[in-house]
Design a protein around this ligand. Structure first.
Ligand code: SER
Length: 887
């Protein structure tokens, strides 16, 4: 049975039982505790905790969630069942059915015949585990379902108690295992062998909330959830492995073609030996994970999610090299995995070109340094071995990471293969130091307080109502005050405060739009609001200063948005949408937004694109944008379901966890349609002019466009115009004659410089005779030593060789020092005879250089250098005299 078919059967089974099908969320949710979504329940967390009411009529849902887990990356390909990307199929009940319902639903899907829409697994091969004291679940399995008691095993916290590893919902669980047969290991059920008995489904009976601790059961329960819930997770890949009768998850219908592609690009054969097979499986697994991450908007970088992607791609590249690949391989591998995955993830089709581009750019960058890095590693490794240690210096590992882009795990892997270890303490210390440097550069501006737990009460119970789309002023009640990192009941004039209101017209920073400025007024109390930030996505913190009076909890205030600020912010945000649309018209749909920022008068827009934009492309983007302004299109915002919005063609951005109801901002119909919560002008002409400033690179595969909007665009153009007319009047030309005039001036300047240099040369040549005549006698040598103002290194050299030419038959040394601005260039030359008496120009240049704060070098007959301290010239020449006298 094909993987796609297994997915369909799962969804249909639960839809028939009344569950609402929910599409997979992006792998990247805006949750600081998670790098990637790693379980099907993640998008539903607020429903389990009772923070939000589940929007499903039946109170039940089903999904097949994209998941990435990279903790077990070392296990990939070594065991038969570890994937870094997998699809977790789940059914969820929020206060509806509980243990019996979950167990029955799971059992019927697994064991119903294929003709009946089930998966057709033999019941005799299924084993289950339950939590130690969960008699209720054990009883259901044995007496309601009929699983014999000997195939029901009890396990402890570590295995049969599930939580996300952090404070949140949790509960005992029951797992279903499939017996793959004696060729896979010992008898005795999952307690004895978890390779032979492969876990396929985890049913979590979520009824408690846990506190801090680890994932292994070391935590306290802090209370019961408001209701009993069900969260289950079936591993689609593992079921595919069983139903397709293959040995491991890498040989299923979706990944096997990648192994074939890897055979083609490396020339090696799969199935010829364990070590090579592991590499093939790593390639297949990582190709898929890398592709899915790029699809969801991750680009390779050295931090966080980007680092994981980089590490995966680089492991593929290295594995392919070790299997014999010579050149680039990722394009072929990406194409193969995209072909496999598109039936279940049709959005891949629109992103193929972008995915290949990001992967190939990373490959190109890595291949450039792979060789030199490997050389460095080999040197370090053999150095370590020679000096009888098995420890690789941590600073060398850091250098490999920092200079050659070797993810540390690659270095560790290479070290392991060479029988070495890496001094990780030293490596981590270097990394920490680097991070501290980066942090200092990028001081977090968001919440002054790192500990957000003080806001939790409001986040859970008092989400801020936003009415600022329609009104810029309104009455609100103060429901929270935070000063100095603590919740307080009142604040006085002069204090910095974060005010939480029940409702507000002020926009909190999100979606790239900066928070509003404004004020809170109550009688003679005025609080100037300097920023508004969201906490827990639901509560707005109005950050400001109490200018006069004081504020107490419960006070009624008038909240006013600064009109000019909002006007500018609207202009900039709408302009961002126009630029985004124009960009896609010019560059094609693969230019995907990667981030944006807009504040009154200014915007920047980052997007994934590997090539630098040409002047012509930029000009076209600017023209399309300003024409869209000129069209005076109405800006329409509508609220609708995510599904409808997508059907309308609205652009949804990766990494956003859109709720069920989304807001679509549309400018000019199909021209620009985006899911966006920001504030916008009501017709495009209100944006005013948009001045595109230029574009630049912001890290691998991403570029940035910057622009001014509204009056700031006008000011920018005025300034440019003033500059141009200033230039025109100094050139005494009309502005459109400037380019020709400057070209002509540059020509003349070049010619003049050439002439001056020739004249100076001639002048110097004329002085040769005089300088030779003034040579002083030092011991048996003749020395010509002079300082020449305004003469540069090149002229000094040719003069020195002229003089030497004239003194060819004598024992002569020439020291010429120039002064060229703040530089002190110098040249020492020696005739053939002087050299044979032991004069070394290189040494003399060194001696002299040390007096003028410089260095130099060269051959015995000619050497040169440059310094910066003209005050040392005379003593420097005296030192040369002394050296000659002593020869
Ligand atoms: N949340 C549970 C897991 O990840 C079941 O879906 O295993």
């Amino acid at each position: 049975m094909q993987t796609h078919d297994i997915r369909e059967r799962f969804t249909q089974h639960f839809v028939r039982a009344g569950h609402t099908p929910v599409p997979s969320a992006s792998l990247i949710l805006d949750d600081p505790t998670l790098l990637f979504v790693n379980a099907g329940m993640v998008p539903f967390k607020p429903y389990f905790l009772g923070q939000q009411t589940p929007p499903f009529e039946s109170g039940t849902a089903t999904s097949i969630q994209k998941c990435v887990r990279t903790l077990d990356i070392e296990e990939v390909g070594v065991t038969t069942r570890h994937n870094t990307f997998f699809q977790m199929a789940g059914n969820f009940s929020f206060g509806q059915y509980f243990k019996e319902g979950a167990i029955t639903h799971a059992w019927t899907l697994l064991t119903n015949s294929v003709d009946d829409g089930g998966l057709g697994l033999e019941p005799e091969r299924l084993w289950v585990t339950v939590y130690l004291d969960d008699d209720e679940a054990a009883d259901i399995w044995e007496n309601k379902i009929g699983v014999p008691a000997e195939r029901i095993q009890r396990m402890g916290m570590e295995d049969n108690y599930w939580s996300m590893g952090i404070p949140g919902p949790c509960g005992p669980c029951s797992e279903i295992y499939y017996d793959r047969g004696p060729e896979y290991g010992a008898e005795g059920g999952p307690a004895a062998d978890d390779n032979r008995y492969m876990e396929i489904w985890n049913l979590v009976f979520m009824e408690f909330e846990r506190g801090p601790g680890d994932k292994k059961g070391n935590f306290d329960l802090v209370g019961e959830l408001p209701q009993k819930n069900i969260d289950t997770g079936l591993g689609i890949e593992r079921v595919a492995c069983i139903l397709q009768g293959v040995d491991n998850v890498y040989e299923t219908d979706l990944l096997r073609p990648v192994i074939d592609a890897a055979e083609a690009v490396t020339g090696a054969q799969y199935g010829q030996g364990q070590e090579a097979d592991v590499r093939f499986r790593v390639i297949a697994d990582h190709s898929r994970t890398g592709m899915m991450l790029i699809l969801d908007g991750v680009t390779p970088s050295n931090e966080g999610r980007g680092y994981i992607l980089r590490r995966l791609l680089r492991r593929i590249i290295r594995s392919a090299r070790l299997l014999g690949a010579q050149g680039a391989t990722l394009e072929r591998l990406m194409n193969s995995i995209m072909d496999s995955m598109t039936p279940s993830f049709p959005e891949i089709a629109d992103n193929r070109e972008r995915i290949v581009r990001v992967a190939v750019a990373e490959e190109r960058a890595f291949l450039k340094t792979l060789e030199s890095g490997t050389e460095l590693f080999d040197r370090v490794a053999s150095g370590a071995k020679e000096s009888g240690t098995t420890l690789v210096d941590g600073s060398r590992a850091f250098e490999l990471h920092d200079t050659y882009g070797f993810p540390i795990d690659l270095t560790l892997e290479m070290a392991r293969e060479a029988g070495l270890e890496v001094d990780m303490d030293a490596f981590n210390a270097e990394m920490e130091a680097q991070r501290a440097r980066a942090k200092a550069d990028n001081k977090a501006k968001k919440h002054g307080h790192v500990d957000e737990s003080i806001y939790r009460g409001w986040v859970d119970e008092h989400p801020t109502e936003f009415f600022g789309y329609t009104d810029l002023t309104g009455e609100s009640t103060v429901i929270g005050l935070v000063a100095g990192g603590e919740s307080v009941t009142s604040v006085q004039a002069g204090e910095q405060v974060e005010v939480i209101l029940d409702a507000t017209p002020m926009y909190a920073e999100s979606g790239g739009q900066m928070g509003d400025r404004g004020r809170l007024v109550a009688g003679d109390t005025i609080v100037e609001i300097e920023d508004v930030q969201k906490v827990g996505k639901r509560v707005s913190l109005h950050k400001g200063t109490v200018v006069s009076g004081g504020l107490e909890l419960g006070n009624k205030v008038t909240a006013e948005v600064d009109h000019a600020w909002r006007h500018g912010a609207r202009q900039a945000h709408s302009a961002t949408h126009l630029i985004h649309a124009a960009l896609r018209q010019v560059l094609g749909p693969t230019a995907v937004q990667a981030g944006s920022l807009n504040r009154p008068g200014y915007l920047r827009f980052d997007f994934n694109y590997t090539d630098q934009l040409t002047e012509a492309q930029l000009a076209e983007i600017a023209a399309i944008t300003n024409e869209a302004v000129d069209n005076d299109w109405a800006v329409n915002t509508t609220e609708t379901s995510l599904e409808k919005a997508r059907a309308m063609g609205a652009m949804a951005l990766f990494g956003e966890n859109y709720g069920d109801n989304v807001r679509v901002v549309e400018i000019g119909g199909p021209f620009s349609m985006e899911l966006c919560g920001g504030t916008h002008v009501s017709s495009s002409a209100q944006i005013g002019p948009v001045a595109v400033l230029g574009e630049s690179s912001v890290g691998s595969g991403a570029r940035r466009i910057e622009a001014y909007s509204g009056l700031d665009a006008f000011r920018f153009y005025s300034k440019e115009a003033a500059l141009v007319s200033g230039v025109a009047s100094s050139l005494k030309a009309k502005s459109d004659e400037i380019p020709d005039r400057i070209a002509a001036l540059t020509e003349r300047l070049k010619a003049a410089e050439k002439e001056i240099s020739q004249l100076r040369q001639a002048q110097l040549t004329n002085r040769t005779a005089e300088l030779v005549g003034n040579a002083e006698q030092i011991g048996s040598f003749e020395l010509v030593a002079v300082t020449l103002d305004g003469v540069g290194a090149k002229d000094l050299r040719s003069l020195a060789s002229d003089i030497r030419g004239r003194m060819n038959d004598r024992k002569a040394v020439i020291v010429l020092v120039g002064k060229d601005g703040s530089k002190v260039p110098f040249v020492v030359a020696a005739t053939h005879q002087a050299v044979s008496e032991g004069v070394k120009s290189g040494d003399l240049v060194g001696t002299f250089g040390s007096y003028v704060g410089g260095r130099g070098g060269g051959k015995p007959d000619m050497a040169q250098g440059s310094g910066s301290d003209a005050a040392g010239i005379d003593t420097g020449i005296a030192a040369v005299r002394d050296t000659l006298a002593s020869l």
